[in-house]
Write a protein that binds this ligand. Structure first.
Ligand code: FES
Length: 105
């Protein structure tokens, strides 16, 4: 386990995506129905930042070719991407949001 603080919980707004970096990784943070999630911020199809994309419920749409990923699991829900996103466990301590950067799914 390698938990690192990546944001304050208030920084991650419901329905929006916050880009951060931790452990030399580009990470996207989400708050969906009050729960926090973290995925790689980089699309697995080509280079695009999902934090520039469109959050639709619990899925994030890539801004370049509109691949759709399920945020909680990283699964591809719509091509052209075929590889899932890395996801990272999250936890809240006080008003801090932490992710486990040693865990890659
Ligand atoms: S770069 Fe994301 S779908 Fe192509």
């Amino acid at each position: 386990m390698a938990w690192v603080e990546v944001a304050k919980t208030d920084d991650v707004e419901e329905g929006k995506v916050l880009a951060v970096s931790a452990a030399n990784k580009m990470i996207a943070l989400y708050r969906i129905d009050g729960a926090f999630y973290a995925t790689s911020d980089v699309c697995t199809h080509a280079f695009a930042l999902l934090s520039d994309g469109y959050l639709d419920g619990d899925c994030i749409e890539c801004p370049i070719h509109q691949a759709l990923f399920h945020v909680p699991t990283g699964e591809v829900r719509s091509e052209p991407a075929t590889e899932p996103l890395e996801t990272y466990p999250t936890k809240v301590e006080g008003n801090a949001l932490l992710i486990d950067v040693s865990a890659e799914s």
